[in-house]
Design a protein around this ligand. Structure first.
Ligand code: ZN
Length: 305
């Protein structure tokens, strides 16, 4: 009888302890400080880290991660952080200087580790140069790799949180599956003649390659250099010749160039896509997955008829 009782108590203790620990929010002093270069990564770290992490995101909602200028506050936040999460593939040209100037000594998680990157050729001053497309998050297949890298990096830095990080990542991956099914179906339902569109800069190469669309942009894969008059004239000719139905604005770029292109070609403005940043909390793309939901609904609505 005594033995039975003890066994039962032991069973309760085994079952309840992790549940109780899991339900208690971590105290502020115990949280792991994580810095993320831009809003997409900031959201992923929050989803996977939950209450165990405190996230500082450098390039916030609607910000341009290609051309950011770090502030003294960013350097202070980085040196306090235990982990830095970056995209890599040349997106954050400003990051190595910030790392050096801040004296950051923590771990770096590169979210694109293991991703097959897209190599592009761009013409600049009459010369062709090879360039890596950094916008890998725009394919949900790559998003899964981002999630796994962030999960494993958090576990390595904070082994006590392993079960939390694993559970949150598993839920995130299941949500990616659900959204990806919807994205695939909605894009596949578009008529073949309406799957070529224009955006300001080349941010949707991975999206196009994964889901079967062509995105053409007057600016290249970075927003750093402006489109030349020659680039714009070429796109205007192409829109007319190929009867490209619509141009889409981006939340991180100036609208004027595409307004001008739409006016000169008669292509309609299909709406605003979230490319390199999420919206603020009240906007339509406050999380990584909301960004996909919004973008696909916008494309589908503008192009299905
Ligand atoms: Zn970009």
């Amino acid at each position: 009888m005594v033995l039975k009782m003890n066994r039962r108590l032991l069973l309760y203790a085994t079952l309840l302890t992790p549940l109780m620990l899991g339900s208690l929010p971590a105290r502020a002093a115990d949280t792991i400080k994580v810095a993320a270069s831009f809003s997409v990564l900031g959201d992923m770290v929050k989803q996977i880290g939950g209450d165990r992490v405190e996230v500082k995101t450098f390039v916030g909602p609607n910000g341009d991660a290609h051309v950011y200028e770090p502030t003294p506050g960013d350097a202070k936040a980085l040196v306090d952080a235990k982990i830095l999460v970056v995209n890599g593939l040349g997106l954050e040209g400003w990051m190595s200087r910030l790392q050096k100037s801040s004296g950051f000594k923590g771990k770096v998680i590169t979210a694109t580790t293991g991703i097959k990157s897209r190599q592009m050729e761009e013409e600049e001053h009459g010369k062709t140069k090879k360039i890596t497309d950094p916008h890998a998050w725009q394919s949900l297949a790559n998003g899964r790799i981002y999630v796994a890298n962030i999960r494993d990096g958090l576990i390595a830095a904070d082994p006590d949180g392993k079960s939390t990080y694993e559970a949150n990542a598993t839920k995130f991956l299941a949500d990616i599956d659900t959204v990806e099914k919807d994205v695939t179906e909605k894009i596949a339902a578009l008529p073949a003649t309406r799957r070529k569109i224009i955006t300001t800069h080349d941010a949707f190469g991975y999206f196009g390659a994964t889901y079967g669309m062509d995105f053409i942009a007057p600016e290249g894969v970075s927003t750093e250099s402006e489109a030349s008059a020659k680039d714009v004239a070429k796109i205007i000719r192409q829109i007319k010749a190929e009867k490209i139905p619509a141009v889409f604005l981006e939340n991180v770029t100036d609208h004027r160039l595409l307004d001008q292109i739409a006016k000169e070609t008669g292509a309609k403005i299909g709406g605003t896509l979230f490319s390199d940043a999420l919206s603020d909390e009240r906007g339509p793309a406050a999380t990584y997955l909301d960004m996909f939901r919004h973008n696909v609904a916008t494309l589908s609505e503008a192009l299905s008829s």
